[in-house]
Design a protein around this ligand. Structure first.
Ligand code: NAD
Length: 494
């Protein structure tokens, strides 16, 4: 009998009001059921939103550094439980334990960073145009925040939104992905143990209906979303019509460029990690490799040799390099894209099939796959696949490489390997992406730097770093006139 998990509303574990549930399975072994979770509806979201709105009245009054103390304790608890949490996360979403440990570490970093920032939520003071008058501005919390996330970073991505939101004095209704719901409950446990008052953080499980109910609920004032560009666009239009603040972190089609003057061994390490780490299921994964024509053939040969050695297996098994894809639907999607690549005329030089040898047949495994002779107009060069598939393209020079890199609807991460400092700065200037790495793969964001993308990847916000506080606060402008007389701005002093 599968374990039964619940929603976390107003400090209590509760079933969904309509009693429907869904099951979540281990993608490395579909017979391993993590448990059943509430398939929540509008009524559950309403209960969570009401609890969060009530809790907001007192939480926002707690001095920000005291709120920070609770987040710091949450960071300590995450650190104490790091190994156990990482194993539970690997069981439900598949990536190797060394990667889920990194995922927890990012949440720890974000907890400590947010805690520290509670002593630094700076406003601006500026002189008034009138005598005996003072102009100040403050960051104010917004209210209840609805957080909806993808499954691929089940601790780090929610922490990027939730910890800063709480630091600023907001309360939260969180819907984890239906592919990583257990991690959402683990996060609720950590925050409760850290001393977060009831109602400040609530978890409602479910799928699209539950997410849509969060977007629609009038008590929820801000939507923080990470997921596909298609769902993000739907959320943006609905939230926009309701005048809600909405921050979107969506898909990518990230590329690494390699120039002939690069350290080619380093570039090889970079692309193997960027393309096949997390089974290619990172929003920042390297899904395109753009090689200068002078090194094209040689680099491909070395890449195939290296990637062929990657060990595919369950993430809980020591020595695994690449885990499964998240579920059967995603496995079919990756299969479809490899068929599309072949039909379009690209040449598959590694992988290209589902891996079902031995125990791999019990899960959703796909061999690391490389396509060469890819043209920039092919669908495998333009569309996000979100799996272990790398498309290799050829460029004449840096200008051509950057044009190819920019030629997608997305703009999240990018990378250039070169030893030419002038080329590096040209790339920083000309690449259309929220993040550019030089001699680093397309993955590897740090918690205290802005994170997000341009074009189809985002809507102008940045999580991470100091910029996240713009999402979770509103500015309050304050004028204090101590002249004792009516002073009319723009009139009396001119
Ligand atoms: P998804 O868009 O299918 O789902 C994301 C979340 O939205 C889930 O919790 C889902 O239940 C919910 N949802 C689905 N339909 C909804 C609706 N109509 N209204 C409200 N909520 C709804 O994405 P996914 O498959 O879970 O994740 C993969 C995608 O996430 C990829 O495109 C990847 O690039 C992206 N991603 C982006 C970032 C980033 O920071 N830019 C990080 C991780 C993942």
């Amino acid at each position: 009998m599968a374990e039964s998990f619940r929603n976390f509303i107003n400090g209590r574990w509760v079933d969904s009001q309509q009693g429907q549930t869904f099951q979540n399975q281990n993608p490395a072994n579909l017979d391993d059921v993590i448990g059943s979770f509430p398939l929540s509806t509008e009524a559950d979201v309403a209960a969570a939103a009401e609890a969060a709105a009530q809790a907001y009245k007192t939480w926002r009054m707690i001095p920000a550094p005291k709120r920070g103390d609770i987040l710091r304790r949450a960071g300590d608890i995450l650190a104490e439980r790091k190994d156990e949490l990482a194993r539970a996360m690997t069981r439900e979403m598949g990536k190797p334990v060394f990667e889920t440990k990194g995922d927890v570490q990012e949440a720890i970093d974000t907890a400590y960073y947010s805690a520290t920032e509670t002593r630094r939520l700076f406003g601006y003071n500026t002189p008034s145009e009138l005598p005996d008058k003072m102009n100040l501005s403050f960051r104010m919390p917004v209210g209840v925040c609805g957080i909806i996330t993808a499954w691929n970073f089940p601790m780090a991505v929610p922490s990027w939104k939730i910890f800063p939101a709480l630091a600023c004095g907001n309360t939260v209704v969180y819907k984890p992905s239906e592919d990583a719901p257990h991690s959402g409950n683990l996060l609720a446990e950590v925050l409760a143990e850290a001393g977060l008052p009831a109602g400040v953080f609530n978890v409602v499980h479910g799928a699209a209906q539950c997410g849509a109910a969060i977007v629609e609920h009038p008590l929820i004032k801000v939507i923080g979303f990470t997921g596909s560009t298609q769902v993000g666009a739907e959320i943006a239009s609905r939230a926009g019509a309701m005048n809600k603040k909405v921050s979107l972190e969506m898909g990518g089609k990230n590329a690494q460029i390699v120039m002939p003057d690069a350290d080619l061994d380093l570039a090889l390490d970079g692309v193997v990690w960027g393309a096949f780490g997390t089974t290619g299921q990172r929003c920042t994964a390297t899904s395109r490799l753009i090689l200068h024509e002078a090194i094209y053939d040689d680099f491909i040969n070395r890449l195939i040799t290296r990637a062929a050695k990657l060990r595919l297996g369950p993430g809980l098994e020591e020595g695994t390099d690449v885990g499964p894809v998240i579920n059967q639907k995603q496995l079919r999607r990756v299969q479809e894209y490899t068929a599309i690549g072949r039909e379009e005329g690209a040449l598959c030089v590694l992988g290209g099939d589902r891996a079902d040898e031995g125990q791999l047949g019990r899960g959703c495994f796909f061999h690391p796959t490389i396509f060469i002779n890819v043209d920039r107009n092919m669908r495998i060069a333009r569309e996000e696949i979100f799996g272990p598939v790398l498309s290799v393209l050829k460029a004449r020079d840096l200008t051509d490489a950057i044009e190819i890199l920019n030629d997608t609807p997305y703009g999240l991460s990018s990378s250039l390997y070169t030893s030419n400092v002038n080329d590096a700065f040209r790339a920083v200037r000309d690449i259309e992406a929220g993040i550019t790495y030089i001699n680093v793969p397309t993955i590897g964001a740090e918690a205290h730097m802005p994170f997000g993308g341009v074009k189809g990847t985002g809507n102008g916000h940045r999580e991470g770093g100091w910029t996240v506080f713009d999402i979770f606060t509103e500015w309050k402008t304050v004028y204090i006139d101590y002249s004792g007389s009516l002073q009319r701005a723009q009139i009396d002093n001119y």
